[in-house]
Design a protein around this ligand. Structure first.
Ligand SMILES: Nc1ncnc2c1ncn2[C@@H]1O[C@H](COP(=O)(O)OP(=O)(O)O)[C@@H](O)[C@H]1O
Ligand SMILES: [Mg+2]
Length: 508
């Protein structure tokens, strides 16, 4: 965590730093007491929180706040001052101040900072969701428009191709007319391919879905890709050997992978690396909440990442639009990503793109997993995750996560007892204490929190093993208990293999 502290008094800065040091890990403090230093810090912009005094020799805290806000609208800014004054506080809040702490009550400061950080995080999340909803609406209306045109065009093209064909059958190959008609047919064929891509974008393709293992589909494309990619591009595939199946049209998925890899190639004219990766991921309420309109559940995540030139904000905003391209005419059609977008939507999946200029681009594509483990094929290395037969008590308040955990643990051979909350968990443990080898509990639950449950159960039977799962990082609950023997922690959303592995680890 990087703090920017703006205060004339070295003594006050020291006090502030001391207060914060104990409460936050890995802290860096950038101290500013002069205007020039402030300008420089602003230019660098390399901090997570700002603490600013009100009365500075060269300006006021309010002015600093206003300057910061124009460049960093979401940055947490806390005013730390000894001139406590309601008016200043009110004006500050109006100008976007996150919080206000008095120097004589500095013990409140860490709390104020934590709250401001959390508020900023939520605001950013909400903004992201709003943008996603807008993007979705844009795609939907474009899809309707494009789909309508493509549909009519397809009919016209059927006519054009058909009559060209008929004409061709009536003239001899030596006839100049033969040449002309052949041109018409070939051009119409190209137009048909384009129309098909547009139909894919508007989700009007007929899918031929079956339950498939994406690893197998990708391995197939890879054969082909390795032939067409130049040798200055490294292609790496990291398949999850225990990947769940998805319901998909193999040909369409091949298209997606091809398009993304070809774009990656185009983004790396000077060479680089493409990484294709598959894994199972469990999205709980919180995990799914980060994406607009996405339900919690088990997904197969396909990642295609490159180390290429990346995209700037303008390109990122428009990349899925049909005919949007930054490539030279003749090299790009601007239909690749439109297709990718449509195909994924038609598979009830969704995607998230991470791209940074000069660093590279990562496409994360989520497909809903079919229940059951995908069929393995002989070409893959099988490294099955170990299961067991012990009895596990699962205490989890989220019904979706609960159902999934139960199904998965049963699949791995365990006997599973389910509880909705800490109180029920404790009651069930009391009834069946002798048989329960492991308790898996969410840390944040209504009624009785995970840690409280843990204290109770450890009193009843100190040898029972514990696995905590949580959307929060373990460090936020204090490291002490996570490091105890027989206790493990898993951060949500977790990979199902990781869950199985961690269970074995804690049970041995
Ligand atoms: N991996 C990538 N790295 C950088 N830019 C990309 C990448 N993938 C797509 N783009 C950008 O998105 C645009 C649209 O891509 P696409 O729809 O496939 O059309 P095309 O490849 O024909 O230009 C590209 O022109 C490019 O600017
Ligand atoms: Mg392309």
């Amino acid at each position: 965590m990087r703090f920017l502290i703006i205060d004339d008094s070295p003594y006050d800065r020291e006090l502030i730093i001391r207060k914060l040091q104990d409460e936050f890990r890995d802290t860096t403090f950038i101290e500013v007491s002069r205007q020039a230093d402030f300008e420089e810090a602003m230019a660098q912009g390399d901090f997570d929180v700002v603490l600013v005094d009100y009365g500075l020799k060269w300006t006021t805290g309010l002015d600093i706040l206003k300057k910061l806000r124009t460049r960093f609208p979401d940055l947490p800014v806390v005013m730390v001052t000894d001139t406590g004054n309601e008016e200043i506080a009110a004006e500050g809040m109006k100008a976007g101040l996150s919080d206000y702490a008095l120097k004589k009550h500095l013990q409140r400061l860490p709390f104020a900072v934590k709250e401001s950080l959390e508020k900023a995080r939520l605001r950013k999340e909400r903004k992201g969701l709003e943008e996603q909803v807008q993007q979705k609406q844009k795609m939907e209306s474009l899809g309707l428009l494009v789909g309508g045109i493509a549909h009519d065009f397809n009919n016209l093209l059927t006519g054009i191709t058909g009559y060209a064909q008929l004409g061709l059958s009536l003239v001899n190959q030596g006839d100049p007319l033969y040449e002309y008609l052949n041109h018409i047919r070939e051009t119409a064929k190209r137009a048909t391919i384009m129309t098909r891509q547009l139909l894919a974008f508007s989700r009007q393709q007929t899918l031929e879905p079956s339950d498939v293992n994406l690893n197998v589909v990708i391995a197939h494309v890879l054969d082909f890709l390795s032939k067409i990619l130049p040798e200055y591009i490294d292609l790496d595939f990291a398949p999850d050997p225990a990947l769940k199946s998805v319901t998909a049209d193999t040909i369409q998925i091949e298209q997606v992978v091809m398009n993304l890899c070809i774009n990656a190639r185009d983004a790396m004219p000077n060479g680089g690396k493409i990484l294709i990766k598959t894994q199972n991921v469990l999205l709980d309420e919180r995990g799914a909440g980060a994406y607009a309109g996405v339900q919690p559940g088990l997904y197969v995540l396909l990642t295609i990442a490159d180390t290429g030139m990346g995209m700037d904000e303008q390109v990122r905003e428009r990349m899925f639009e049909p005919f949007f391209t930054t490539k030279e005419p003749g090299t790009g059609t601007g239909l690749g990503l439109s297709m990718v977008h449509g195909i994924i939507a038609q598979h009830n999946g969704f995607l998230a793109v991470d791209s940074e200029m000069g660093k590279g681009t990562t496409f994360n594509i989520y497909f809903p997993a079919v229940d059951g483990v995908a069929v393995q094929t002989e070409t893959e290395e099988v490294h099955a995750v170990e299961g067991g037969t012990e009895t596990i008590l699962v205490v989890e308040d989220d019904p979706d996560v609960r159902t999934l955990m139960e199904a998965v643990l049963r699949e791995y051979g365990y006997t599973v007892i389910m509880a909705n909350d800490g109180e029920e968990g404790l009651r069930l443990f009391e009834q069946r204490a002798a048989s329960i080898a492991l308790v898996i509990a969410d840390l944040m639950m209504p009624k009785m929190k995970g840690r409280e449950l843990y204290e109770h159960i450890r009193q009843l039977r100190p040898t029972v093993r514990f696995l905590f799962v949580s959307g929060y990082q373990a460090t936020q609950f204090g490291q002490d208990f996570v490091l105890e023997k027989g206790v493990e922690f898993l951060e949500k959303p977790f990979d199902l293999d990781k869950l199985a592995e961690t269970i074995r680890k804690v049970l041995v």
